[in-house]
Design a protein. Structure first.
Length: 277
């Protein structure tokens, strides 16, 4: 049944994490750990399954301050650069990642097992994002939203995001095999990636950050997540153009997505081209 928005009362289809009317977080979505909902309405894709159960993400990550799980050297970089970037418009790459079929897995396994699986998954995801100096700015139930290019500025933020995505896939292989062997279920993470502009807001000592999406940067990243098959990484044409020659892509064709009058082209990230720097 529809989920009523706690802010404006607008009914939203099951599975939505943000209100399609005002952009507020809906009940069941994790509270932002590093990003506020965009000023413009941002409606992440409607998953094929029902909203995740309360055990969807480890509370140790969902409720912790970002400073507690951000490596010290990255935290120092963020705090050192914050006065120079607060209120500035930055070009970034946005990544959404979530577990495909999470609800089905939750229904079959004990909550303790689900919790342990998600803890391992988030450890891999955090390590990959931080390895390329990205930031986890929101936990979304059974997934995350990450930024590359802010608050730590990098001109090659699209490359870093795609390298992190491939590192996640590789790092999650042992967990996927363990879950299949031990529990007889498939565990796969899908991702949607897009590059565009954001305005950086205030950055607290606990590393909590406020971002306002410019245009449909965040919305499109969420839409590409919705296009991704289990285990697939789907990127926008903009991100593909910025990294062409450094990564191998499969052209998935054009898709009509909500909020866009014209079809958008999507690409599946396949691998990195070795030997390029």
């Amino acid at each position: 049944m529809p989920t009523g928005c706690p802010a404006c009362g607008h009914p939203n289809p099951p599975g939505h994490k943000f209100c399609g009317e005002c952009g507020a977080a809906l009940a069941g979505a994790a509270k932002p750990t590093a990003v506020a909902p965009p000023a413009a309405p941002v409606t992440p894709p409607e998953p094929a399954l029902a909203p995740p159960a309360p055990t969807s993400a480890s509370s140790s990550y969902r409720e912790a301050d970002p400073v507690s799980y951000t490596p010290k050297h990255l935290a120092e970089k963020i705090l050192t650069s914050k006065s120079a970037i607060e209120g500035e418009r930055k070009r970034v790459t946005v990544m959404f990642a979530d577990v495909s079929g999470f609800t089905a897995m939750s229904e079959r396994l004990d909550p303790e097992d689900v919790h342990a699986i998600m803890d391992r998954a988030f450890e891999v995801i955090l390590e990959a994002v931080h390895r390329y100096e990205g930031t986890i700015n929101q936990f979304l139930g059974d997934g995350v939203m990450a930024l590359f290019g802010a608050p730590i500025a990098h001109e090659d933020h699209p490359h870093r995001a795609l390298s992190a995505a491939l590192a996640m896939q590789e790092g999650l292989k042992p967990l996927r095999e363990d879950v299949r062997r031990t529990h007889g279920v498939e565990f796969r993470v899908r991702m949607g990636i897009n590059s565009g502009g954001v305005v950086v807001g205030a950055i607290g000592k606990d590393l909590r950050m406020d971002y306002t999406a410019v245009g449909d940067t965040t919305n499109l990243a969420a839409r590409f997540l919705g296009l991704a098959q289990p285990g697939q990484i789907v990127v926008s044409q903009r991100t593909q153009q910025l990294t062409d020659g450094f990564f191998v892509f499969e052209d998935l064709g054009e898709f009509q997505v909500k909020g866009k009058t014209e079809p958008v082209r999507a690409y599946a990230l396949m691998s990195e081209v070795h030997g390029r720097t």
